[in-house]
Design a protein around this ligand. Structure first.
Ligand code: FES
Ligand SMILES: [Fe+2]
Length: 452
C-alpha cells in the first residue's frame, strides 16, 4: 500500500471555485501579534473564543498544514474508504484502483452535499444521495442523471471531486495538506519523527489499528487539547489525582516516581511538542503488554534514551491537531467545530506482532484510561470545558493566561533531538503558539497566488 502525492489533474486546484472570483473582503486578516507573547509566556483568551480568529485559523492554520487523515491499516483493497475532516472540510480518504491512497473533498460538485455519508467501508463509487451524481475512486464524475439536460459546454471531466493535492504517510500515519507545494512531511515533522518512532517503530512490522475509531464531542476550543498534549505534564498530579490513587495498590500512596517524576519536554520547531518522564525502569502500564514486551530488543532497536523516555508514559502533539499517548497507543485528532467545540476522534494502535490477547488487553486498557469515559480522559475534558465555559466573559476574556513555566530553559541537551526543556514546563506550549502566530500572520499559498 502506498500513500503518495496525488496526481496533478486539472481539477486539483488550490482554490476550487471555478470561474468565480471571491471578494477579498471575505478574507480580512487579523494581526495576532498582540494576542500571543510566546517570548514572555502570555496568551490572550481571544484565541479560544473569537469567531473571526477561528475563521482565519481554518484558512491559515488548517488549510496549509499537514493534517492527520487515517492509518494505513484502514485501507487494504481498492475502494476501502474512511471519511474524516481537515479543519472543518469533510474529506474522503480511499484507496484507488492503483492502490494509492488519495483524499477528496467530500462535497458534491453539483449542490454541495456530501457524496459519502458513511464513516468507513468499501465501495466502487461515491454516489450523491441528493440528485445522484456519481464519482469513481479516482474522483472522476462518471454518472449524471439527465445528462442530456446540460448544455454542450458541460463536461464531466470538469466536475470531478476536488482532490487533496498532497497526501503522504509516515510509518502508517497518513497526512494530507491542501497546500499544493508544502514542505515534505518528513521535513515538517523534523525531530518529532524520532519521538514518534518511539511508538511507531517497535518492530519492522509497524503498527495496526484495533477496535475502530471512537468519536466524542467536547465543549472547548481545539487548541486547549492540542496544547495540553504538547506541553502539559504539570496537570497530571492534580487533575488525575483520583485516577492515580485508583491505580495504586490499596493502602499505599501513589509512588513517588509517579507523582514527582523527572523527565524532558521536546519543543518542536513547527509547533510540535512531546513530554515524557525519564526512568531506567519505564514500562508499559498494562500488565499483559508489559509481560509481552521485549525491552532488551527495544533498547537494541531504539536506544536506551528512547526506551527510558518517550517510549512509554508521555504525551505529544504533532501541530496542529494530532496527538498521541505512547503508553496505550492512543492516537487522536482534535477536530475543530467552531471556536467553542471540538470533536475527538481516537484510535488505538498496537504492534502488528502483538498476539490477539495482548492487543485486546491494550485496547481495553486504553478504553479504561483514555476512552471517552476513561478515568483520565474525563478529567482532561472537564478542564478544557471549564476553561472555555467562562472565557467569553467580557472581563475574563481580557485577562491573559500564564505560560511562563520553564521560560528560557529550552536548550539542546545532548541526549534528545531538537530543543528540550524540563518535564514540568510550558516550553512546548510557547512553541505551539509561536508557530500558530506565525501561520496566522502569514498569507497562505491561496492568498499568494492569483485566484484561478
Ligand atoms: S448535490 Fe450531489 S447530485 Fe446534486
Ligand atoms: Fe491529562
Amino acid at each position: 500500500m502506498t500513500a503518495t502525492a496525488g496526481p496533478a489533474a486539472d481539477r486539483v486546484t488550490a482554490t476550487p471555485r471555478g470561474a468565480l472570483r471571491r471578494p477579498a473582503e471575505l478574507a480580512r486578516d487579523l494581526d495576532v501579534s498582540g494576542l500571543v507573547d510566546a517570548e514572555g509566556g502570555l496568551l490572550d483568551r481571544a484565541v479560544f473564543t473569537d469567531g473571526s480568529l477561528y475563521r482565519q485559523e481554518l484558512r491559515r492554520v488548517f488549510a496549509p498544514s499537514w493534517l492527520f487523515l487515517a492509518h494505513t491499516d484502514q485501507f487494504h483493497k481498492p475502494g476501502d474508504f474512511f471519511t474524516t475532516y481537515m479543519g472543518e472540510d469533510p474529506v474522503i480518504v480511499t484507496m484507488d484502483r492503483g492502490r494509492t491512497v488519495r483524499a477528496y473533498l467530500n462535497s458534491c460538485r453539483h449542490r454541495g452535499a456530501r457524496v459519502c455519508r458513511a464513516d468507513s467501508g468499501a465501495t466502487r463509487n461515491f454516489t450523491c444521495t441528493y440528485h445522484g451524481w456519481s464519482y469513481d475512486l479516482a474522483g472522476e464524475l462518471v454518472s449524471v442523471p439527465n445528462r442530456d439536460g446540460y448544455p454542450g459546454s458541460f463536461r464531466t471531466g470538469d466536475w470531478g471531486l476536488v482532490e487533496v493535492p498532497q497526501v503522504a504517510s509516515y510509518r502508517g500515519l497518513i497526512f494530507g495538506t491542501w497546500n499544493p507545494e508544502p514542505v515534505p512531511l518528513t521535513e515538517y515533522l523534523g525531530d518529532m519523527a524520532w519521538y514518534l518512532d518511539a511508538m511507531l517503530d517497535h518492530d519492522p512490522d509497524g503498527t495496526v489499528v484495533v477496535g475502530g475509531v471512537h468519536k466524542w464531542t467536547l465543549d472547548g476550543n481545539w487548541k486547549l487539547a492540542a496544547e495540553q498534549f504538547a506541553t502539559d505534564w504539570y496537570h497530571v498530579n492534580m487533575s488525575h489525582a483520583s485516577a492515580l490513587m485508583l491505580l495504586t495498590p490499596e493502602g499505599r500512596r501513589p509512588r513517588d516516581e509517579i507523582v514527582h517524576r523527572t523527565g524532558r519536554q521536546y519543543v518542536g520547531d513547527n509547533g510540535h511538542g512531546a513530554g515524557f518522564p525519564v526512568h531506567p525502569k519505564n514500562r508499559f502500564d498494562e500488565r499483559a503488554v508489559h509481560d509481552w514486551t521485549d525491552y532488551a530488543a527495544l533498547r537494541a532497536r531504539l536506544g536506551d534514551a528512547r526506551v527510558e523516555g518517550p517510549l512509554t508514559n508521555g504525551h505529544a502533539t504533532v501541530f496542529p491537531n494530532f496527538s498521541y499517548l505512547p503508553v496505550n497507543g492512543s492516537i487522536r485528532v482534535w477536530h475543530p467545530k467552531g471556536p467553542d467545540r471540538m470533536e475527538v476522534w481516537a484510535w488505538t494502535l498496537v504492534d502488528r506482532s502483538m498476539p490477539p490477547e495482548v492487543r485486546e488487553a491494550q485496547r481495553l486498557y486504553n478504553l479504561r484510561t483514555f476512552g471517552p469515559s476513561g478515568i483520565f480522559e474525563q478529567d482532561d475534558g472537564e478542564n478544557w470545558s471549564e476553561v472555555q465555559a467562562i472565557s467569553h466573559g467580557f472581563i475574563t476574556n481580557q485577562v491573559p493566561l500564564n505560560y511562563q513555566m520553564g521560560l528560557g530553559s529550552e536548550r539542546h541537551d545532548g541526549t534528545y533531538p531538537g530543543r528540550t526543556s524540563e518535564l514540568y514546563s510550558d516550553a512546548a506550549g510557547r512553541g505551539f503558539y509561536a508557530h500558530w502566530r506565525e501561520l496566522m500572520n502569514t498569507p497562505a499559498w491561496h492568498e499568494q497566488e492569483p485566484t484561478r
